[in-house]
Design a protein around this ligand. Structure first.
Ligand SMILES: Cc1cc2nc3c(=O)[nH]c(=O)nc-3n(C[C@H](O)[C@H](O)[C@H](O)COP(=O)(O)OP(=O)(O)OC[C@H]3O[C@@H](n4cnc5c(N)ncnc54)[C@H](O)[C@@H]3O)c2cc1C
Length: 465
């Protein structure tokens, strides 16, 4: 069997990439070792920048309908409510950033929505396909599976999670540290005795051994339970063990936990792959970087990797862009992942608050070799920056950007003839004046005063001329 792009893993990263490749008409296959999608709620916090990505992919309405906003935290001690606090600094929606707050959707539901969109676009996931090894060939990669035929692909994307088989097979190391010496238990449970209007926190005290948190999962009747254990101990993942743990660390009784739907144990680490690329193979998502769950960055950083890589693969494989374009994936995404590692470890240790940085709206690529700022005196938005929303000439910009294409904004200057969609208008408060060529992933690639500032060369670089 042959395909242009083999995506290994149908987690949020693989599904997002699958959608982006499908809408570009790139021949791609997503393979997943499980017989179905992952069942747990773990990455439940969708950051504003991810909501913008989901808007671009056409799944935002479904994501909105499936979730809810974050409730305030309620701190408990000895069966008493002792304080309430917000989980993150408040933010107001604005014209430029219409999605201001994180949105809660259990990860299993996000994945169902992404899979449905992939299938709507004609893509598919081959379940029960466990990649066991790979070898490089003259034109790409041959992937071997525990059962079934090998697959030949021009490119392979490892979206196979933190324990990535592909990363290990390539001998790419992960450099990092343990964030917390003890394990964390995470489970999806049903229970009685707590309101659904708060994220309930039971800080450690006395003999309890670690904190317990119970967060009502928006759009469901379940709570996500997270419990911390001392170094050198193990969590008991049985339903009975979980009931006893809840009773030991809160005022609830074992019988208040009426169902345990899913439970897992993990050790929070912060680590970054030494490389994001090896020849025709790319690492993306948790395969490339793992974070503490605190601050809700892992899934978000992962799907942003996919958004960065998807259009570049499409440009090279379908539009004849120079293959060197693919080098910019690691150049752009590895520094972002390194920053996020520090951020989520800081949130985990209580040194950094959830707020502006965790929303990921400030992530950009100003220093990337793909960002060409040619104006001597740039305004507020420069090449490499996230392209904000707004209204230009009666057109909402996020409506204009939505989809796999590039967009040229001509603001206060004449628009040249270009093979991309053009939006014209006067100088704009958020952007300033000039020509702004907006990449398919919503960042300004090139900015200039006139097309003579190198627009044609830039279009050739990205396969548009
Ligand atoms: C308790 C907890 C809370 C979290 N909270 C948040 C949060 O609020 N916000 C946030 O952004 N992130 C959060 N995260 C992190 C988030 O869950 C991960 O970052 C995210 O799942 C990464 O997506 P992925 O697609 O890269 O990897 P995964 O979701 O791990 O998906 C990898 C897929 O690859 C498959 N696979 C693995 N090996 C193979 C193979 N050899 N062959 C074929 N398929 C294979 C797996 O079965 C799996 O389906 C949390 C994590 C935990 C544990």
């Amino acid at each position: 069997m042959e395909t242009d792009v083999l995506v290994v893993g149908a987690g949020p990263t693989g599904l997002t990439l699958g959608i982006d490749l499908a809408r570009r008409g790139v021949d791609a296959l997503v393979v997943e070792r499980g017989e179905r999608l992952f069942p747990g709620s773990r990455g439940k916090g969708l950051q504003p920048r991810t909501l913008e990505l989901f808007d671009d992919l056409g799944v935002l309405d479904a994501i909105r309908a499936a979730g809810g906003s974050y409730p305030a935290a309620m701190i408990w001690r000895d069966g008493e409510r002792v304080g309430e606090r917000r989980m993150s600094d408040p933010a107001e929606a604005s014209e430029g950033a219409p999605y201001a707050e994180p949105w809660m959707v259990p990860q299993w539901r996000t994945q169902e929505i992404l899979l449905a969109r992939l299938e709507e676009l004609g893509g598919k996931v081959a379940f029960g396909r466990h990649l066991t090894g790979l070898t490089f060939r003259a034109r790409g990669v041959r992937a071997e599976f525990a059962t079934g035929e090998p697959v030949h692909a021009r490119h392979l994307v490892a979206a196979d999670g933190g324990r990535s088989t592909v990363r290990r097979a390539l001998g790419i190391g992960m450099t990092g540290e343990t964030v917390d010496p003890g394990p964390l238990l995470v489970a999806d449970v049903r229970l009685t005795g707590l309101d659904r209007g708060h994220w309930h926190m039971f800080p450690p005290h006395g003999e309890t051994g670690g904190f317990l948190s119970l967060c009502p999962l928006a759009g469901t009747e379940e709570f996500q339970m997270v419990a911390q254990f001392p170094a050198g101990t193990r969590a008991d993942l049985s339903a009975e063990g979980i009931r006893e743990l809840v009773a030991a660390r809160s005022h609830l009784s074992p019988g208040d936990v009426t169902e345990v739907r899913w439970a897992s144990e993990f050790r929070p680490r912060a680590a970054l792959a030494d490389r994001f690329r090896e020849g025709p193979v790319f690492l993306a998502g948790d395969a490339a970087h793992i974070h503490s769950p605190a601050g809700g960055q892992g899934l978000n950083t992962s799907v942003q990797d996919a958004w960065n890589l998807g259009w570049k693969l499409g440009a090279v494989l379908r539009d004849g862009a120079p293959a060197a374009l693919l080098d910019t994936y690691e150049e752009e995404r590895r520094p972002v992942a390194a920053d996020v590692l520090g951020l989520s470890t800081g949130v985990h240790r209580g040194e950094v608050r959830r707020g502006e940085a965790t929303r990921q709206l400030g992530v950009g690529y100003r220093t990337s070799s793909l960002s060409r700022e040619t104006r001597p005196d740039p305004g507020p938005v420069r090449a490499g920056d996230r392209a904000p929303d707004g209204t230009v000439g009666g057109v909402r910009l996020f409506d204009a950007f939505r989809g796999p294409h590039w967009t040229l904004l001509a603001l206060g200057v004449p628009a040249p003839g270009v093979p991309v969609r053009v939006v014209r208008g006067p100088a704009h408060a958020a952007y300033g004046t000039g020509l702004f060529l907006v990449r398919p992933d919503g960042y300004v690639g090139w900015a200039g005063e006139t097309a003579a500032d190198g627009l044609a060369q830039y279009l050739a670089l990205v396969g548009l001329a």
